[in-house]
Design a protein around this ligand. Structure first.
Ligand SMILES: Cc1cc2nc3c(=O)[nH]c(=O)nc-3n(C[C@H](O)[C@H](O)[C@H](O)COP(=O)(O)OP(=O)(O)OC[C@H]3O[C@@H](n4cnc5c(N)ncnc54)[C@H](O)[C@@H]3O)c2cc1C
Length: 381
């Protein structure tokens, strides 16, 4: 048997949640291997918000300063009417976030964030090209079988393998995620064209229309040299086999252009490449773990992205799961998994529900329950 044939903890999936779990568990002294189906990661054109609730975890991982240097620091999250530009709500971030919530609020390119997260992992314990195809729980281990033919015996298995999780399938049976009835267009805009509008683009703004249709737009770099938008648009169906399809400036204009505020029109005019993504859903799950298997992130509570907290919940899961295992020791994993679920289920379900309803910050409200939360100190029972 080689060393790798028998391991302590296997994290399946090196996405935003899995990479965080691997970093935190390793930092806490556990022996961890991460298995990722992709042969490598590429910098896809998309942005992401990282709230102060999550930056506190990156502080522990040692990435807070680095991410703060790369990302954009919006002073506010503005919500504005897509036609008139009227301000519907202004949520204070920037220095207020530091002072009141205990960490910065940033928006950043998703690829830059992920690259930093991958960069802190031990390369010898991160196994690309390892798509899990089967798993079987035995007396003292879980036998993992990968598409490349490899088999590994793991003491514990953490399913961070996203919305189509194979670990979830083992726990709860085969059930495809449901199409939510919404799609999102994603684009990094042409900055020369955006600047040529002469308009002063806010660092973080969500433009709203009726029925919660919207465009969320923000800078993804510290110097605001890159600007990104993602939409939320209700549609009748999603009939494509692929994960996303190409969209176009014309499609954007047809959906949002008629009577749009000049700043929205500027976004549309500055669009060169834009893609369209379906949003998938599941209901809150009855089971987060069983035996030696445990779920986190989208594998456990996928949601529409409208609260900008899906990855936040995955990374919070990783932090609390690590703390629970540190409390009990890996041998008492059943107790740890119970503590983890007790601490996480209500919050993750609440975020999932509000995200799916797409009401977050459309009107003035206090976001402190999301942003002031500290996963590194929250009480565990
Ligand atoms: C348009 C859009 C905008 C969003 N914006 C935000 C935002 O601003 N803020 C925020 O917090 N969240 C946002 N989210 C949500 C966020 O992207 C997800 O919630 C987050 O990526 C979930 O992380 P995860 O690690 O659970 O899953 P994933 O990121 O999906 O990672 C799963 C990983 O597992 C791997 N994998 C899958 N199956 C296997 C297998 N069988 N074997 C091995 N590896 C496997 C995959 O290749 C992948 O690397 C957004 C989502 C979308 C769609």
């Amino acid at each position: 048997m080689t060393d790798l044939d028998r391991i302590d903890i296997a994290v399946i999936g090196a996405g935003l949640g899995g990479a965080a779990a691997a970093a935190l568990l390793t930092d806490a002294g556990f022996s961890v291997d991460v298995f990722e189906q992709a042969p490598e990661f590429v910098r896809l054109g998309a942005g992401i918000h990282i709230g102060p609730n999550v930056m506190k975890i990156f502080r522990r991982i040692g990435l807070e300063d680095r991410l703060a240097a790369i990302g954009s620091h919006p002073d506010h999250w503005f919500s504005r009417d897509g036609m008139t530009g009227e301000y519907l709500s202004r949520i204070r971030l920037g220095d207020f976030s530091l002072r009141e919530y205990g960490a910065p609020y940033i928006t950043i390119h998703r690829g830059d964030l992920h690259a930093e997260q991958i960069g802190v992992l031990d390369k010898n314990r991160l196994h690309f090209d390892h798509g899990l195809t089967d798993l079987e729980e035995r007396d003292d281990h879980v036998l993992l079988t990968f598409a490349n033919g490899r088999q590994i015996a793991a003491g514990l298995v953490i399913g961070a393998d996203g919305i189509n999780s194979i670990i979830r399938e083992k726990l709860l049976g085969i059930e495809k995620p449901r199409f939510s009835g919404w799609v999102g267009h994603r684009a990094l805009v042409d900055m020369d064209k955006l600047r040529a509008t002469g308009l002063d683009y806010e660092r973080c703004v969500k433009w709203w229309w009726s029925q919660s249709r919207h465009i969320m737009a923000y800078a993804t770099t510290n110097d605001a040299s890159e600007y990104y938008y993602v939409t939320g648009v209700p549609v009748d169906s999603w009939d494509h086999e692929t994960g996303y399809v190409d969209s176009s400036r014309d499609e954007m204009a047809a959906i949002f252009g008629d009577g749009a505020h000049p700043m929205v029109q500027g976004l549309i005019d500055s669009t060169t490449e834009v893609t369209k993504w379906p949003f998938w859903n599941r209901d809150p799950m009855s089971l987060w773990s069983s035996g030696r298997l445990c779920l986190l992130g989208d594998a456990c509570h996928p949601m529409r992205p409208h609260m900008a907290q899906g990855a936040g919940m995955a990374i919070e899961d990783a932090a609390v799961l690590t703390r629970a295992l540190s409390l009990t020791g890996a041998a008492d994993y059943r107790n740890a998994f119970t503590i983890y679920e007790n601490a996480r289920k209500e919050r993750a379900t609440m975020v999932q529900t509000i995200s799916n309803a797409n009401t977050w910050l459309k009107e003035p409200e206090d976001p402190a329950w999301v942003y002031a939360y500290d996963p590194m100190t929250v009480a565990l029972h």
